[in-house]
Design a protein around this ligand. Sequence first.
Ligand code: PHE
Length: 337
Amino acid sequence: MRETLEKIKAEALEALSAPSANIEDLRIKYLGKKGELTAVLRGMGKLSAEERPVIGQLANDIRAEIEAKIEQMTAERRAREIEEKLEAEKLDVTIPGDKIAQGHFHPLSLVQRQLEEIFLGMGYSIVEGPEVELDYYNFQALNIPKDHPARDTQDTFYITENILLRSQTSPVQARTMEVQKPPIKIISPGRVYRSDAVDATHSPLFHQVEGLVVDKGITMGDLKGTLEMFAKTMFGEETKIRFRPHHFPFTEPSAEVDVSCFVCGGKGCRLCKGEGWIEILGAGMVHPNVLRMCGIDPEIYSGFAFGMGVERIAMLKYRIDDMRLLYENDVRFLNQF
Ligand code: PHE
């Protein structure tokens, strides 16, 4: 019986030492109610009175030893698990973080914002109008009746005979004057449409910023001063402006406005095509017919208006030679701004 006990002990201790041992299974196998040690103890009745306490003592010692081994192995295993967990979840706070890709404004938005900034600084408010517009506001209220030849230069997309995609931001002038009495001092940025084929300088959708000032005693001098201020802020302090006579049905007199070339300073270069001047906008004094149609008395009030293409300004400012680049959303292009 002593040998059996020693054998159980040796086996149990060895089994428990194996790294892959299932400790709970082994505990049941050796120490459980139906376990090997218990089986031996049950046979103790057959022993002599002298032997019984000796074997009993031995059995208890062996049980204690196995229990101690189980405890030791369990503790070791738990320690190893914690160790592994710590290793796996190790966090190195000194590793540089991943960069988060950050977006930014599109060049057209940048320029539009800069334009807004400049005119807000001069006391203008921003007014927006609908892109789907009535023929009345896009043309008729601007002194361009049906069948007027000026419509040819601004052919657009018609939804019905009287509803169209606005070809300019000027209808916002008429809409504003109808509901607001002078003094009026607004700019109106937004999308406009024309039925033009796409090429390096044309797009069926582009952007304009319109300006309108109406009050008592507004003159062409005010227009000139305003645009000069604008040009200097936009293109640099040395910039000069030049008015060339032109015709718009809704302004009289009308002008096309050039700025001195901000690359060569007026000597002539590739950007200004040797001219020294670059055309940037259309402007003029609001036509009395337009004031009258919008309910403003031209005998009391006068005003000026101007309109410019955001694409054109952006292309000049950033030396972009093909308008299509602005709409293709190629990040290699957009990342440059
Ligand atoms: N709306 C005109 C255009 O698109 C520009 C303009 C605006 C001219 C205001 C004069 C006054 O060509």
